[in-house]
Ligand binder design. Sequence first.
Ligand SMILES: N[C@@H](CCC(=O)N[C@@H](CS)C(=O)NCC(=O)O)C(=O)O
Length: 200
Amino acid sequence: MTNKIILFNGPNSPFGRKTKITSIVQKISLEEKIIKVQESKFLDKHNPLRKIPTLLVNDLTIIDSDNICFYLDSVSNNDTLFPKKNYFEIISMVSVANGLMESVLERRMEIIRPNNEQSKNFINKQEVRIERTIKWLENNWKNYNENYLTMDQIAIACSLEYTNFRLNDLWEKNSPYLKKWLNNFRQKDFMKSTIPIEAK
Ligand SMILES: N[C@@H](CCC(=O)N[C@@H](CS)C(=O)NCC(=O)O)C(=O)O
C-alpha cells in the first residue's frame, strides 16, 4: 500500500521550506496544503502546538521540521542528506540554521505588534543574535561541498534567504564566502521553486 502523505505548510515558512525541499530532492510525493496556521483549528487534533510544518502519513503525525526531514530522508531511495561521516556536524549546523530562522521569525512577530506592545530589548536581542550567527557561519561553516547535498546546506540556504526576505541582506557585505555560496546554491531548481510566496 502506498502511503498517503500530507504536508501542512505555510506560504512563507522557512521551516516548511526545508521540508518541502527535502521531499523534492528525496523524491517523495506528497500533497502540500498551504494553510493560514492561526486560523487552522483543525490542526490542533494532529499537533497541539498548531505549528507548520506538520506532516501526516496515513494515521501518523510527524511534528517539527527536523523530524519531517528525517522521515522523508528515511523513506527515500536516494542518497541520504545525513551521511554518517559528518552526521553530528550536519545536524548541529541544521540547529544553528533553525535558530537563525527562529530569531528572524520572532523579531518579525514582535515588530508587527502594536507599537506600545513592542519590546525594543527583545527586537535588539534577536538582531544581535542574527548578526552573530551569520558571522559565525561565515567563519565556521566549511561544508561547501558542491558534489554532495546535505541537510545543513538546505537549512542554511533557507535561513539566509528568510533573513533577506524578512530583515535585510546587509550581512552579505561582511560574509563574502557565505554570499558566494548562497548565490550559487539558490540557482538550484528546488530553491527557485520554493521561494516564499510573498517574496516573489
Ligand atoms: N521547531 C518548529 C518551528 C515551526 C514554526 O515555528 N512554525 C511557525 C511558522 S514559520 C508557526 O507555525 N507558527 C504559528 C504560531 O506560532 O502560531 C519546526 O522546526 O517545525
